[in-house]
Design a protein around this ligand. Sequence first.
Ligand code: GLY
Ligand code: MN
Ligand code: MN
Length: 462
Amino acid sequence: MFRPETYAERRKELKKILGGGLLLIPGNDDVAFNYPANTYKFRQDSSFLYYFGLDAPGLFGIIDVDNDKDILFGNDREVEDVVWMGPEPPLSERALKCGVNETHPFAEVEKYISSAKSKNQIVHYLPQYRAEKIIQLSDLLGVRHNTIAGGVSQDFVKAVIIQRSLKTEEELSEIERALDISYVMNTTAMKLIQPGLIEREIYGIVEGITLSYGAGVSFPVIFSVRGETLHNHHHENALKEGDIAVLDSGAESALHYASDITRTIPVSGKFSPLQRDVYNTVLRSQTEAIEMMKPGIKYKEIHLRAAKIITEGLIDLGLMKGNPDDAVAAGAHALFFPHGLGHLMGLDVHDLEGLGETLAGYDAETQRSDQFGLAYLRYGKKLETGLVLTAEPGIYFIPQLIRNWEVEKKNEEFINFGKAEAMIGFGGIRIEDDVVITENGHRVLGRPIPKTVEEIEEVCNS
Ligand code: GLY
Ligand code: MN
Ligand code: MN
């Protein structure tokens, strides 16, 4: 954990922003996997981690802004629990680690909330993403479960977004710890990759590295020669000479800060001339996008610049045609680059997405587009010092999308459909790094992970 003062200061700032009310911050609980005592790996809620830091199930935090009190509710282990799970310091002691001096048994949460409500205190809570927590809040507040989503406090959400989106030096250090693990994950995959293996043989080792160095993965590992499927979680393909595999993976540091890195790796250790050309187009768009990252510029503008570089590269390869600015304005590039340039990253790999992606990534000045491709850009507004974002352009040849557009004649003035058809089977290429916005520009976080064609081929053949 960070120092107790870090958590106390975060809660103090939250109280200052909100000015009043009772803030409910439920921690996560163990969730049954296939029977009650066999549970999924525990993952604490990220906002609970941010304000209270304690990485254990069965806890509930209340910040009583009106009475300037921070309280943790939870039960100490009984001897029967100790027999199976081992001893654990009492909550009163654990709470000191996050600067909280007042603790109560879990059963007292309900009383505290009822008493606050009877004094007309306003109760605030955040969006919930687990059924168990929706039921818990519905019981505690005495309202039907299907009214919980409608009762989310927008003021609370906005305050948490303000605080969690801007990273401090100690948070950046945690992200860089996760990136140290990413370095090992990616270079190990490059060294191991060879024809004859099944994807899962590398996938399993990459995921195992996250467990041996830290708290596990920040999202399920994507490792596939069918990289044109953006989030491909199938790992049964054989790796063949001439294939390229997309490895999109991330680790969590001990304190659950994420990394998120993509590299595209040639199975035989060498890119073909065509793979190299497509790769270098993606790399050029990523490099220029990162170069543009600084306070004050809209991320949407950088996304569109990356899209233009991709369009120019595809025109050079004969896959697109026409004026690149017009093609990007029409969204024609999205046939090959159908996702956003990047997203916020922090305690969640898609940071703050659970609180409302559009609230976190857009504002009155920058509205979310509904155009195919651009609509998936998760963060569009102006960049600020302290934000951490990914930069992850890609080029993909998605058979069904190519065929659909061809039948619909969609953007036919910008696409050479015959050439696009001929690329079916090529797969996809994505390159992703994690970047912090600094006062004067940006810094790519972590130890550089081999990225140019030459660097990757060198590690593959080492
Ligand atoms: N979690 C996949 C990505 O955003 O890169
Ligand atoms: Mn990724
Ligand atoms: Mn990402």
